[in-house]
Write a protein that binds this ligand. Structure first.
Ligand code: GLV
Length: 308
């Protein structure tokens, strides 16, 4: 019995090597290998095409190569097959670093000073006051909490939004759809760290982004599908939003003629906020397989109902 790695668009080799180093007798295969699909017990994947799961009738567990599992939730996923996600504290910290970097670049006006430097201009501008830099984090899972924690020592006022109320030291928590408007209206910097589910798809459109204070900045490290890209563009163009840092897109990579590449208010990066460490992914996948074989609970199981 074996593990099959289907990590596209990421190269499979680093996952395969990390798994082979610890998997003992369990073979580790990937696309292009000559293998018997009936022997696949665990699939380690980033996305699945509908219709491929019946090829693996011995499947015991489906493991994500990342923290998000939205591209694995295909309709023909057997109800009894556990799905697991990666929980990598280092990945959460790296995403927080990315968010802080993009936010400070905006609040400390680094692009403006870079432009001034290009023409040897010595011009000093007032620093944005902390009251105009209120952070709002959508999603308070492991990643959202790491982001909220990273901002606190920098003197920012931090709030977050979650499905259910919770206590987080130093973070004002808003919960449920009924409190989303309150979170938005006080967020000068909106950070999206939500999982993608049917409930959160296209959440960030004309009405929600329009409810941010004028001059707000948006950082998206969730999924591209959370944002209605044409609405974001309209709000950037009409001046309601001052800018956006986008690490994720509806289509990755965006088409060469997509507006995000050239919009003066957009920082676009190629989904690099953070990748879970290959070794952690491999260890958690192997652990999930051992647990599935022994009928034990999965610590990183996805709640199939909630979708994350
Ligand atoms: C990255 O987007 C991940 O889900 O790990």
């Amino acid at each position: 019995m074996a593990i099959l790695v289907l990590s596209r668009p990421l190269p499979a080799q680093p996952f395969v090597e990390a798994l082979r180093a610890i998997a003992g007798d369990t073979p580790v295969w990937t696309e292009g290998d000559d293998f018997d699909p009936r022997r696949v017990e665990a699939l380690l994947a980033w996305r699945l095409k509908p219709g491929i799961l019946p090829r693996y009738p011995g499947l015991r567990v489906l493991c994500s190569t990342g923290a998000g599992v939205d591209k694995l939730m295909v309709g023909d996923l057997p109800a009894a097959t556990p799905v697991t996600r990666v929980v990598d504290p280092l990945q959460a910290v790296q995403i927080a670093q990315y968010v802080v970097a993009c936010t400070l670049r905006f609040t400390r006006e680094l692009p403006r000073y870079e432009a001034q430097q290009a023409s040897a201009q010595w011009l000093r501008h007032p620093v944005r006051s902390p009251e105009a830099c209120r952070i709002g984090v959508l999603g308070l899972g492991a990643v959202g909490q790491a982001i909220a924690r990273a901002f606190a020592p920098l003197g920012f006022e931090v709030a977050g939004w979650a499905r259910r109320p919770r206590e987080l030291p130093g973070v004002q928590v808003f919960a449920g759809r009924e409190q989303l408007g309150a979170l938005l209206s006080r967020s000068d910097i909106l950070v999206n760290a939500l999982p993608l589910t049917p409930d959160t798809r296209a959440l960030l459109g004309r009405h929600t982004l329009g409810a941010l204070p004028r001059g707000a900045f948006v950082v998206n490290v969730g999924r591209g599908e959370h944002v209605v890209e044409p609405d974001l563009r309209t709000l950037l163009d009409d001046g309601h939003l001052a800018g956006a840092a986008l690490d994720v897109f509806e289509r990755e990579p965006p088409a060469p003629d997509n507006w995000v590449w050239t919009h003066p208010k957009v920082l676009a990066t190629p989904h690099i906020a953070a990748q879970a460490a290959f070794q952690t992914v491999a260890e958690q996948c192997l652990d999930a397989l051992r647990r599935a074989r022994a009928g034990l609970p999965q610590p990183h199981a996805v709640d199939r109902q909630a979708g994350y």
